[in-house]
Design a protein around this ligand. Structure first.
Ligand SMILES: Cc1ncc(C[n+]2csc(CCOP(=O)(O)OP(=O)(O)O)c2C)c(N)n1
Ligand SMILES: [Mg+2]
Length: 612
């Protein structure tokens, strides 16, 4: 057997670089590059291997391990999971900084390759700097924290272990069901140790995303349910995008006259103005979609995890549910008729079996009328002229201005705060990849970092980042990376001086405004943050605007820039879109000295009782 002598780190990189996928008929490496923040634990081992490869393999220095992993997640999502960026860190804090990002990828079923350094396998210098030292278990390191948020976790304590571990890592990164974070913990001594690896191990390997076909019995049962339906509705989730099943779903819906509602992850599967488009479903959904869900007798959910924002905490619909999902785990949720299959193959199979069948015409009319009424609400809420007399524009008005300035191929990203709800209800998406919402973990801090990842995936597209002041303060420093890398972002900071959506939720639960908006926090002096100056200090272009008209002009200027541009606008913290929506289960205290809480609890009890 022909062998080659390499360090574990060199072998790891060589193997990963040989893994390929076919996109649009073109073979491409799955690993598009590496984000790295060096420290002890990776600089001498993997750092040496990356430096040696630097001529034809990009290593990017980020500013924070969590945000670089967010960028890697967004990159993978923007590529429908087909390509990834790796993330390498030092031991200890560098590693655990990525925990939150691992959870984001785990929730969202997105491929993420984390390569944290680890403490010495030989334990000679124990305890090393940043070693946590478990008193009772000598095998534990800080990296064990990743176990609940990994789909595959390994610690490479001998160089030869790569031979069995790496194929498993690639299995998980390219498996439609298991897809999620892979964490390979790399003890810093082992990274530098050499062994003789078989040359064949590094031969280019073309991966294929499996598309399982439905089981005949499950398919027949689903077909029977749909054929009997008088009021059927489709819910499209993120799985439709990852399976690249959008065109198949659209053809299916058109052939059978089936209205489509979209989850946050599924939004954009149909263009906003398609006649079967009902818009967002659930807690942040439209009246068009939610009314149909309430009236439906059969719901075909495709590629969705059915989280509580989609189901209105299980209270939105009573319809018979068919769950078409590649994961049996999801397909059996909510007592559904499971249809375990790839979304595209499953939809095509349903279409073939239902040939000639159409949903009742009256149901289609009902759907059309609901969508038309909702579109009027969107116009009203997002218009520059909405909220006359208000000192500050609403988030919805900012959204409207940005939406009007966006071209069909632009990509919008957001994750947390009040904006996700507004976007789900009001944003007019033209294409599936144009609407990028991280609403599985809704992780503050994902927005700007994620924008960077999207821009790396689609350098020719305009990337628009919505970020609240709270999220910006939590994580903004990848602005530096975006400027340095020439990965231009258009960032819109909606500054309502605090955690606007949580302040509103607090009051909806009877609470007094407390500890969310800056005006309600314990303090000795007021701080009004100059976000534009802050962004400028990191190398971005930045300006503050004070009206929707000024915002429109600033957006037009930003569009033509070749450098990350930040536009800051103050918005009204209390103004959010009340139309649409569905119940969300947020428990209210059973006893309180505050009358408002008691009243809110009574409302909560009533909602709970009416749920079934
Ligand atoms: C990392 C993280 N911490 C806390 C939360 C809970 N949370 C959700 S939205 C929010 C406030 C967001 O404030 P901002 O970004 O200013 O948006 P706004 O609600 O004001 O629009 C908080 C604290 C979260 N989603 N993520
Ligand atoms: Mg805010």
């Amino acid at each position: 057997m022909k062998t080659i002598r390499l360090t574990m780190a060199q072998a790891l990189l060589r193997y990963l670089r040989a893994q390929e996928v076919e996109i649009d008929g073109k073979r491409q490496p799955i690993l598009a590059g590496m984000f790295a923040i060096f420290g002890h634990g990776n600089v001498a081992g993997l750092g040496e291997a990356l430096a040696a490869a630097a001529d034809d393999f990009p290593t990017y220095r980020a500013q924070n391990e969590q945000s670089m992993a967010h960028a890697a997640i967004a990159f993978a999502k923007a590529q429908n999971r087909r390509r990834i960026l790796g993330c390498t860190t030092s031991v200890g804090p560098g590693a655990t900084n990525m925990l939150t990002a691992a959870a984001v990828a785990h929730v969202n079923r997105l491929p993420l390759l984390l390569l944290p350094g680890d403490i010495f396998a030989n334990r000679r210098p124990d305890p090393v700097l940043q070693q946590i030292e478990s008193f009772g278990d000598a095998t534990l390191s800080a990296n064990d924290c990743f176990k609940p948020v990994s789909r595959y976790w390994d610690r490479i304590t001998r160089p030869e272990q790569l031979l069995s571990s790496l194929p498993q890592a690639m299995r998980v990164l390219t498996d439609p069901v298991d897809c999620g974070p892979v964490v390979l913990c790399l003890p810093q001594d082992v990274q530098t140790e050499a062994t003789d690896y078989p040359v064949d191990f590094f031969a280019p390997k073309l991966h294929h995303w499996r598309r399982p076909a439905p089981d005949a019995t499950e398919l027949a049962r689903a077909v029977d349910l749909l054929r009997a339906a008088k009021a059927p509705l489709i819910i499209a989730g993120g799985g439709v995008k990852y399976s690249e099943a959008g065109a198949a779903l659209r053809a299916f819906a058109e052939a059978h006259d089936l209205p489509i509602a979209e989850t946050q992850a599924g939004k954009g599967v149909l263009p906003w103005d398609h006649q079967l488009q009902m818009g967002g479903i659930g807690v942040t959904g439209t009246t068009a979609a939610n009314d149909l869900a309430r009236e439906a007798d059969c719901i075909l959910a495709v590629g969705t995890r059915l989280q509580d924002f989609t189901t209105g905490s299980h209270a939105l619909w009573g319809a018979r549910l068919i769950q078409l999902n590649t994961a049996a785990f999801d397909a059996v949720k909510q007592n559904a008729q499971p249809l375990v299959a790839d979304a595209k193959v499953g939809i095509e199979a349903l279409g073939a079996a239902l040939k000639g069948w159409r949903s009742p015409a009256a149901w289609g009319q009902r759907a059309l009328a609901g969508a038309a009424a909702w579109n009027k609400i969107v116009e009203a809420r997002t218009s520059a002229a909405a909220n006359p007399g208000n000192a500050l524009p609403s988030d919805a008005q900012v959204l409207g201005a940005v939406n009007r300035s966006a071209d069909a191929q632009d990509i919008m990203i957001n994750a947390a705060g009040g904006m996700p709800g507004e976007l789900h209800k009001l944003w007019r998406a033209h294409r599936p990849e144009g609407y990028h919402l991280e609403y599985g973990y809704s992780c503050m801090g994902y927005e700007i970092a994620g924008g960077l990842g999207i821009k790396l995936a689609h350098p020719d597209r305009r990337v628009i980042v919505f970020v609240g002041d709270g999220s910006y303060l939590m994580m903004n420093s990848e602005i530096v990376s975006s400027v340095m890398m020439g990965a231009k972002l258009d960032i819109i900071v909606t500054d309502n001086s605090g955690f606007g959506c949580i302040n509103r939720l607090q009051q909806a639960c009877g609470g007094k405004p407390f500890n969310n908006l800056f005006e309600d926090v314990k303090r000795v002096r007021d701080v009004k943050i100059d976000f534009a100056a802050h962004a400028r200090a990191m190398g971005a272009l930045a300006e503050k605007v004070t009206s929707i008209a000024e915002l429109e002009a600033a957006l037009a200027r930003a569009k033509t820039q070749d450098r990350t541009s930040v536009i800051v606008i103050d918005t009204d913290p209390l103004n959010s879109t009340a139309d649409g929506g569905a119940w969300w289960d947020v428990p209210v205290p059973q006893v309180s000295t505050r009358a408002e809480v008691t009243k809110a609890r009574a409302g909560y009890d009533k909602a709970l009782a009416g749920r079934d």
